[in-house]
Ligand binder design. Sequence first.
Ligand code: FAD
Length: 476
Amino acid sequence: RPALVWFRDDLRLADNPALDAAQASGRPLVLIFLLDEASEDVRPLGGAARWWLGRSLAALAADIETKGGRLLLRRGRASEIIPGLASELRAEAVYWNRRYGAGEIAIDTAVKAALTARHVNAESFGGNLLHEPWTVQTQSGGPFRVFTPFYRRAMAQPVRTPVRAQAAWRFAPAPAGERLEDWALEPTAPDWAGGLREAWTPGEARARAALGTFLDEGIHGYGEGRDRPDRPSTSRLSPFLRFGEISPHQALAAARHAEADGSAPPRDVAKFVSEVYWREFSYHLLFHFPDIGRTNFNGRFDAFEWANDEGLMRAWRRGLTGYPLVDAGMRQLWQTGWMHNRIRMVAASFLIKHCLTDWRRGEEWFWDTLVDADPANNPASWQWVAGSGADAAPYFRVFNPVAQGEKFDPEGAYVRQFVPELAALPSDIVHRPWEAAPTVLRRAGVVLGETYPRPVVDHAQARQRALDRFQRLRGE
Ligand code: FAD
């Protein structure tokens, strides 16, 4: 009787506890990925994430073939397909790594009940977080709402070491499945994914290579370098972590190893580790406050009067706000499916505070366009920027896109890359072209309002307007 391994957000063969346990059971394996777009309460993937998923599944299927097996693809409602398949195959057990959203947990609970009723074992594992969210508790036994104490407590708890993929593979004959091509995960007409294909190679092998390159190069000076969008200073592991092509355990173990052998500076490793723990914190929040993507964490924000101006929203989405740093970020997002963290903060703050647009509108756009669109990190970060979140940035913090640009993209290289119509402007003016002398603009071929927009809102006025509204919320 075979063991069934159900892949979900863990598209890797190494350090995969569910797969490892199935192999250790000594039973022949059937490996399945199920595209479940039918269950209730599961947020459909956005366009960029669907693209990533398609490529990642192709890579996983190829990796499995090199081991002599096949990845079975099915589509439908998990609570029907998984138990049905287990019965059809007369499986002994089904193994999976846990997910943490309320909808996903409800599905897994239903699948487990259906399997148990058919006398099939269901075994779940912690594969994708360093700490299961319920194991990190405050002194009174509740969840954390503030990062630093969460981090301190979590760091004091043990983390398992990564498990290696086993050498011996034994597969059971898999029944007929669907073809990945028939799932239409990649766009065709129009094909907007050219920039994604150029920027990324999804899959486990590439994830490990990215981690290696980062630990050889980017980690040096990461503490400060991580704020520089003009430099390749961050790991760009986020989509790989999102789809589980690498585990946080592998990232952490490799970083600690690089620290121990003296090839990575301890300060930079510590900073990197703390960023990985921000991901843990987001999942802690998602698990304990499952509505985090829909509801203000701080209920006071329910009364906020959003303007939700469609024209401003459109300008923001297209990277045509007239603020070069914001526009560079929004175009990087559209072209490559990823945006640098510092610019995510600036762009999100601009939409929420300068444009007074409900953070949920921005979160949806990111959900659709990010290859790393994450059910925990995305809403938690948007609420952080809005000021409505757990341990959020204070509401009066309104990023100044010009000052941020001059500080973190001092030569304007990032802006020049993604806003080429400003490429010929001198560095000292590239973040505020509307203040450039007419001769400077002319020489750079920039005609404001024609080749590049004037600012859609005035920074000082918009900032004051936001502060006034936020203050009203506080009843001051
Ligand atoms: P690195 O600096 O190399 O960090 C390593 C890993 O740590 C990342 O891959 C990520 O998993 C985690 N991490 C780093 N920074 C953060 C952070 N601030 N919060 C949580 N985890 C972090 N991250 C996502 O993975 N998916 C999202 O959908 C997402 N949406 C965001 C939306 C907004 C408005 C903001 C401000 C941030 C968002 N982030 C999101 C967090 C962060 O921007 C990305 O994780 C980071 O830019 C990924 O790049 P990297 O892998 O090079 O990061």
